[in-house]
Ligand binder design. Structure first.
Ligand code: NDP
Length: 298
């Protein structure tokens, strides 16, 4: 049987990062400064430390300034809010990203609400969620925007296509559904209370899985030829003799490739796009903050 095309997010992300880097140089020539991203990490969560480190390196590689703020786990909410206020007022900072999750004594929503919406390059502020919902210009969360870029490159016009998004989180599922709706797809959002999920997914020309359950979506859930975007990142228990388990998505990749038309792998699919889109959003923020038109086609 014909195998699905592998949607190479890693290669797509590399191309996007290169383009962003070129535009960042052109921006610096006009504005007299580089685009700047401030990343704030509270505490020592190992995964968050890795993410923050790679975001900083990616910024520098894309000709941007990276301002890292690593704060101790006991930092108070008031001190964190005061830092966000300083970054809001700092003209060299175009984007502010507070790495989640925050320690339990800090109210995440209060911190997100404190970020100026025009520096909210993660797109998590309610103002940006509202702008997306009503079709105004704002910032869109990086992961779903990256998924959308891969979908439109692969499929072109999405008008009239049936799309099923599995997962309704504020950072992936809901904004993904809004983007698909804005692109004129017919959108269904499925979640843990959806009845007969396999039957719902079988209708879909486009499936976006953002659940967090290893290999839950099986090949017999898919319509032949469907385009499958797998957002899930799940680590399986280690096999004997290994320290770490394999990373898998929410879709059973091997069997799904026998039915789907195209599919993103895990790793190497959606994951690399997230940082590339963060850089893209920071570049756009820099242009808007300087009153310049953001580059087209990014
Ligand atoms: P959340 O846990 O916030 O949301 C998961 C969603 O899946 C919920 O809406 C939940 O439904 C739904 N769900 C859970 N179980 C089922 C089920 N059995 N059937 C149907 N729906 C179900 O996760 P996120 O949205 O933050 O992340 C989803 C996945 O994507 C994770 O694996 C995460 O690691 C990954 N991720 C990857 C990123 C990347 O860069 N590649 C970035 C962000 C996330 P309900 O609302 O009813 O509880």
């Amino acid at each position: 049987m014909k195998k699905a095309a592998r949607i190479d997010g890693k290669a797509f992300a590399a191309r996007l990062r290169e383009k962003v880097g070129e535009h960042a140089l052109a921006f610096a020539a006009k504005a007299g400064r580089k685009p700047g991203l401030a990343v704030v990490l509270v505490g020592e969560d190992p995964a968050s430390q890795v993410y923050v480190g790679s975001k900083g390196k990616a910024c520098v590689a894309a000709n941007m300034d990276s301002f890292e703020h690593r704060l101790p786990v006991e930092t108070s909410e008031a001190d964190l809010l005061a830092l966000v206020e300083r970054l809001n007022a700092d003209a060299t900072v175009d984007g502010i990203l507070v790495q989640l999750p925050l320690p339990d004594h800090i109210d995440e929503q209060a911190v997100i609400a404190a970020i100026h919406p025009d520096k909210d390059v993660d797109g998590f502020h309610v103002i940006n969620a509202g702008r997306l919902a009503v079709g105004q210009v704002g910032f869109v969360p990086c992961t779903p925007l990256g998924c959308m870029m891969m979908l439109t490159e692969r499929l072109g016009d999405l008008s009239g296509l049936e799309a099923v998004v599995i997962g309704r989180s504020n950072i992936v599922g809901k904004p993904m559904a809004q983007l698909l709706l804005a692109a004129n797809a017919t959108v269904t959002i499925a979640h843990s209370r959806t009845r007969d999920l396999a039957e719902v997914v079988r209708r879909a020309d486009i499936v976006v899985a953002a659940v967090g359950r290893p290999e839950m979506i099986r090949s017999d859930w898919l319509k032949p030829g469907a385009t499958v975007i797998d957002v899930g990142i799940n680590r399986l228990p280690p096999e004997p003799g290994r320290d770490k388990g394999r990373l898998v998505g929410d879709v059973a990749y091997d069997e799904a490739s026998e039915v789907a038309g195209a599919i993103t792998p895990v790793p190497g699919g959606v994951g690399p796009m997230t940082i590339a889109v963060l850089l893209r959003n920071t570049l756009v923020a820099a242009h808007r903050n300087e009153g310049l038109a953001p580059p087209e086609g990014l």
